[in-house]
Design a protein around this ligand. Structure first.
Ligand SMILES: [Zn+2]
Length: 233
């Protein structure tokens, strides 16, 4: 089972995978800690691992608080371990006018990938928004971090971002049939959106993808309508 947890303001969406291991994905900024912790504790009492889709502050800023509270280590792509450990510029905490407080125990994803695969979590390296960005697939759902939003892709102009890599990552995700776009703001109670590869391809061809990184409410409503239409057929 996978739960979408509600963030505050500009925080990333956070997710909780409950299964053989309980895994918190992208806990967000420290200001979100109490709010998120309460939501988690209504569902489970323990967290085994915390995974960051990438090292940006709005995804990983509260790692240290959740690590301490749940006694759970942080997992991130191998190429971003050092950024997190040193709270480097790549975390973009400066954009949030704050310093990054690193967590203590950081495990490169390469070390736990096989173990995660055994419990049904597949990791896909999707660089472009940052060098070490990852997407996760669990059951029929995909969490894409800031790589892909409905109608939008992540920024590629921040440090370690790269448009060519981002394009290749989107194409990689496109090939996975019937995946989920999991990052739509303003609709915190609708957890997942299933959108086919053909639809995403069409957005890409129509130059809709990349136009914006956040979907507007009107677009989301349009999207609901077109998804419903597809499902009715
Ligand atoms: Zn980001």
């Amino acid at each position: 089972m996978i739960y979408k947890l509600n963030g505050i303001y500009y925080d990333a969406n956070s997710y909780l995978i409950v299964g053989k291991k309980n895994i918190l994905i992208d806990p967000g900024t420290p200001g979100n800690f109490e709010f998120l912790k309460n939501q988690i504790e209504e569902i489970v009492k323990d967290i085994d691992l915390i995974i960051n889709t990438h090292c940006h502050y709005d995804h990983s800023g509260s790692d240290y608080l959740f690590e301490d509270y749940f006694d759970a280590p942080i997992v991130i792509h191998d190429s971003e371990v050092e950024h997190l450990k040193k709270g480097e510029e790549v975390t973009v905490s400066r954009l949030f006018n704050t310093n990054f407080i690193p967590p203590k125990e950081i495990i490169p994803i390469g070390e736990v990938k096989d173990e995660l695969s055994k419990i049904g979590i597949e990791i896909i390296h999707t660089p472009g928004h940052t060098k070490g960005g990852i997407s996760l697939i669990f059951e029929d759902k995909m969490i894409t971090g800031d790589t892909l939003f409905a109608y939008g892709v992540g920024r590629w102009d921040l440090i370690t971002g790269d448009l060519v890599e981002l394009r290749a990552s989107i194409e990689k995700l496109e090939r996975i049939e019937g995946y989920i776009i999991a990052d739509i703001e303003s609709f915190p109670n609708i957890p997942f959106w299933k959108i086919t590869a053909d639809e995403v391809k069409k957005w890409w061809n129509d130059k809709e993808l990349g136009k914006t990184t956040k979907i507007s409410r009107e677009k989301a409503l349009e999207l609901i309508k077109c998804i419903k239409r597809d499902n009715d057929e």
